[in-house]
Design a protein around this ligand. Structure first.
Ligand code: SF4
Ligand code: SF4
Length: 166
C-alpha cells in the first residue's frame, strides 16, 4: 500500500536528541558499567581488611594473600588486587557486560563514598557504551531510541536492586 505524502511525521525519530530530563528526571543512578572498578585500586586499612576477611569467613592472612596486591609497600594499609583488568570482586554478567560487586553489602568505605555522577569521567565512559553523552550543561543526551533503552534498563536494575555503587 502506498503511503500518502500527507501522513504526519512520527513524533520521534532516531535522530532526535533528547536529554535525560525528558525521560528520567531523577539523579543518575549507578548503571553497573563497572568502569570505576576497573580504573582504581581500592585502599583499605588493616581494620577494614579484618572486617572483609570476617565477612568472607577467612583468616586475615589468607584474605591478604588472595585479595590484596603484593606490590603495595604499605604495612597498615593494602590495595585490593586487580584481576583481568578490574577489582578482584567485580563480576561481569555473561554476555551482558553488566557488572556487580560480589561484596556489595560489605564493600570498603572508599567504595561506599563513591557515588555515580554525570561529572565523573568514569560514568561518562560507561554512558558512551549506551550511545549517550553528557552535554556542557551536565545533561545526558542521546537519541530517543538510545535514551529509551537506557531508561528501560535503569527500571530493570532498580527493580532488582543490583547496583555497584548507590
Ligand atoms: S558509579 Fe558510575 S562508573 Fe561506577 S559502575 Fe556505577 S555508573 Fe559505572
Ligand atoms: S565496589 Fe566492589 S568491585 Fe568495585 S572496587 Fe569496590 S570492592 Fe571492588
Amino acid at each position: 500500500m502506498a503511503v500518502s505524502s500527507h501522513c504526519p511525521k512520527p513524533m520521534f525519530s532516531n535522530n532526535i536528541i533528547m536529554t535525560m530530563e525528558d525521560l528520567l528526571p531523577q539523579k543518575l543512578p549507578c548503571f553497573r558499567c563497572g568502569v570505576c572498578c576497573t580504573r582504581y585500586q581500592v585502599c583499605i586499612k588493616t581494620s577494614e581488611a579484618q572486617e572483609l576477611a570476617a565477612h568472607l569467613n577467612m583468616e586475615l592472612g589468607t584474605f591478604l594473600r588472595e585479595y590484596t596486591d603484593p606490590r603495595w609497600p604499605g604495612v597498615t594499609s593494602f590495595l585490593l588486587r586487580h584481576q583481568n583488568g578490574a577489582c578482584i570482586f567485580l563480576e561481569r554478567g555473561k554476555g551482558t557486560g553488566l557488572t556487580v560487586c560480589r561484596i556489595h553489602s560489605f564493600r570498603p568505605q572508599d567504595c561506599r563514598d563513591w557515588t555515580p555522577d554525570t561529572d565523573r569521567p568514569e560514568c561518562r565512559q560507561g554512558l558512551e557504551k549506551w550511545g549517550l553523552h553528557v552535554n556542557s550543561s551536565g545533561e545526558i543526551q542521546g537519541t530517543a531510541e538510545d535514551m529509551g533503552k537506557f531508561r528501560l534498563f535503569l527500571e530493570t536494575i532498580r527493580e532488582k536492586n543490583g547496583t555497584v555503587h548507590e
